[in-house]
Design a protein around this ligand. Sequence first.
Ligand SMILES: Cc1ncc(COP(=O)(O)O)c(C=O)c1O
Length: 413
Amino acid sequence: MLSAPPLQSPVLPTLESASAVMDTYARFPLSLVRGKGVWVWDSEGRRYLDGVAGIAVCTLGHSDPVLRRNLCHQLGTLQHVSNLYRIPEQEALARAITSRSCADRVFFCNSGAEANEAAIKLARKHGHLVRGIERPLILTAEASFHGRTLAAVTATGQPRYHAGFEPMVEGFRYFPYNDIAAFEALLAECEAEGPRVAAVLLEPLQGEGGVNPGDPAFFRRLRQLCDERQILLILDEVQVGVGRSGHWWGHQRLGIEPDAFTLAKGLGGGIPIGALAVKASADHLRPGEHASTFGGNPFACRAGLTVIQEIERRQLLDHVNAMAELLQGLLASMVERHPQLLEGCRGWGLLQGLVLREGAPSAPELVKVALEEKLLLVPAGARVVRFVPPLVIRPKHLRKAVKRLERALERLA
Ligand SMILES: Cc1ncc(COP(=O)(O)O)c(C=O)c1O
């Protein structure tokens, strides 16, 4: 019998050596090589408190023992087959999502942008099929973020992400987030000569755009307007879904049900997975109309299932709400101590933003100095520092994090 080959650890280049990786990210000169819970270590052995969690991805923290065990088991059983066949792990994860939400069916893919691409195709099909529109429009918000593929980046209402990639995909129009009068005016303009709008695609809370929570009154009225015209209301829950808001889904905080919503990031706890969840009334995609080779493979779905089961077993929704209250209190008292630098804080659950005043150091500057204080954070635009830690973070970590952040702010000031 052949003995197993020895474990191979990859030969890691030093940071000084020229990179063969394309230069598409402005990276910190730092390699993170190991993690445990809410802590990560760099290649020099320095330890950091992780307030980023891979940008709202590592729901259960790093190297979680249950996720590790379940994924090792899945690797030893079956990693990948194909959507040519029924996949029990995929069926189970779809059921885990639909039994906790207003959705009836789920399509799986590999990322947030890909989930939104599926939603955009669904919207266009709905426009043709249900509203009889030849060239359907999708309305999205200014300051939104929906991903980097061509349609998802067109849906993103921030011109800086379009620059250099024109022509953009046709059929998108934008309005100011949370502004019902502006939405009604745009809808009236688009539909002046008959049905044109297939869907509205919005984040329940704008993450990348500056941690702007949705206004429940706006979303309630929007829901009514969409119902009146059979326009799909699709929510991008890629950043805020899967427990981060303190509810399973961000739209539960808004008190409305969407026709469809997209997921990714936190669903896999670090394993790439994306999903489009739809109500039966919006289940328009038929065999052959949409697909993904890797989408919903047994390994990724085992990760998603484990994340959902562990959120439930460890009662992480209650925990997120308790931690959010503590974090908001800590940030609010920091704002009181530095009124000339800080404007306030806002957010839901463990997605909180600290807002810097005009003239104060910028969010990227503060994030850079926080890193020197061994705290990982991520900006959301120029003036907001975002806190999106693993959902398992504990009070002592939050206190430590805010102390480090305040030290960084004082150093900069
Ligand atoms: C709300 C939202 N939608 C979509 C995306 C894109 O997700 P991905 O990077 O997985 O394509 C992001 C990523 O930040 C996001 O925050």
